[in-house]
Design a protein around this ligand. Structure first.
Ligand code: ADP
Ligand code: MG
Length: 385
């Protein structure tokens, strides 16, 4: 392992006594924070020196760590206050465990008339449905009833009966969501539907946080949200990109591969983070909307690098469902979507040759906003001084 590799989170997700969020728990993904490989005097950026300010919070059931570079640390702290306000606001809206959340109200309305929703929920839902269409339903934000049936939401985790799976599947399907853009209302057409943003919410929150940092005039930052990463700028204000690392799926103390990233997001979905055993079989928390069952695959992990964290998050979940063969059409350097497949082959782990790796800088990168701004976006009350 590179001596300066910083492991930010080794499977440190929060498991509250009473679970209050539904977001996924993958913290496994990456070790981050290297200076460029081969730098003459490699030295990791340290919070408190070199203009770096770092904070970590518990939110959405996991850890969010944001490290930013700015000469004025008081200013940086104010920006970080803005970041956590923003993410906590999303958390309050999207949690599936608080009856006062906006998402709860929308789910309760399933089978009934349309409900007006807030801008962030609308925006996220639009994006989630776009990824559903693109992945032909491999990613499906209406997966909630299946997640519940298997006990991944509130437990206990168990293998449900075929009838229970069939009942859940009847309430799942992204085409059962109707959007009315003129009124910004959402209708869930079938009673018992449950939207679950666990496969995309952390990525979306990261993109909004990155937007805020950009608007505040920051250039260099590293954000890690339970293993979803966004690497902004460079570690030292120079030309070298961040160096991140995919952790070894079976040996958390080892690195599988290092790679450079700049102004891009990284997300990993795998079979090893959140699962249960029953009858000697392993059942993972990524579920196939088509079968209503945990995905059965020899794919151990899929790591996606993409220009936005929303995209990386949704795609890593979708690609895990699809497998390398079907997913080929969705990835490629021309689309700035990179993928690393790690598969089990007998007793060994191998990289699938259909991987598109390592990630390369993308043409419009750096200038491209992580999320298309909309006219009605609330602009954060934070500006460079
Ligand atoms: P993690 O959240 O652990 O990083 P993922 O991003 O792959 O991992 O998201 C997994 C979560 O997404 C599950 O816990 C569940 O809430 C939700 N989910 C599971 N299967 C799907 C699916 N096929 N489409 C959309 N969301 C899914
Ligand atoms: Mg995901």
């Amino acid at each position: 392992m590179h001596p300066y590799l910083q492991v930010l989170n080794l499977r440190r997700d929060v498991k509250p006594a009473r679970p209050h969020v539904s977001y996924g728990w993958t913290a496994f993904v990456l070790a981050v924070g290297l200076w460029g490989m081969g730098a003459p005097v490699p030295r990791p950026p340290v919070a408190g020196v070199d203009g770096w300010t770092q904070r970590t919070w518990v939110v959405m059931g996991t850890y969010l760590t944001v490290r930013v570079r700015h000469a004025d640390s008081a200013y940086a702290e104010r920006i970080l206050d803005g970041v956590i306000d923003l993410v906590q606001d999303l958390d309050r809206r999207l949690t599936l465990y608080d009856p006062s959340s906006e998402l709860w109200a929308l789910n309760r309305q399933a089978g009934g008339p349309p409900l007006p929703v807030s801008e962030p929920l609308w925006d996220l839902l639009e994006r989630a449905l776009a990824y559903s269409r693109e992945t032909q339903g491999a990613f499906d934000v209406t997966i909630g009833p299946i997640v519940q049936t298997w006990g991944f939401l509130e437990g206990p985790r168990r293998v449900p009966s075929d009838e229970a799976i069939a009942r859940a599947r009847a309430r799942v399907g992204y085409t059962k969501v109707e959007l009315d853009p003129s009124r910004r209302t959402v209708r869930l057409t079938t009673p018992g539907m449950v939207l679950d943003f666990g496969g995309i919410a952390k990525g979306y929150a990261l993109d909004r946080a990155v937007e805020l940092l950009q608007q505040a005039g920051l250039r260099d930052a590293l954000l890690n949200f339970g293993g979803e990463i966004y690497a902004m700028g460079t570690p030292d204000g120079g030309d070298r990109p961040w160096t991140l690392a995919v952790r070894h799926p079976r040996r958390p103390d080892r690195v599988w591969r290092e790679f450079p990233v700049r102004d891009m997001a990284v997300s990993t979905s795998g079979d090893y983070e959140r699962f249960f055993f029953q009858g000697g079989r392993r059942y993972s928390h990524i579920l196939s909307p088509w079968t209503g069952r945990p995905v059965e695959t020899d794919v151990v992990s899929v790591t996606v690098v993409a220009p936005s964290a929303t995209e990386a998050d949704a795609l890593s979940t979708a690609l895990f469902v699809m497998g390398p063969e079907r997913a080929q059409a969705l990835v490629g350097a021309d689309r700035c979507r990179y993928v690393l497949w790690i598969r089990q082959q007998g007793r060994h782990l191998i990289e699938d040759p259909r991987s598109v790796w390592p990630p390369r800088p993308c043409p419009s990168q750096g200038s491209r906003p992580s999320r298309t701004p909309k006219s009605n976006d609330p602009s954060p009350d934070i500006r460079p001084q």
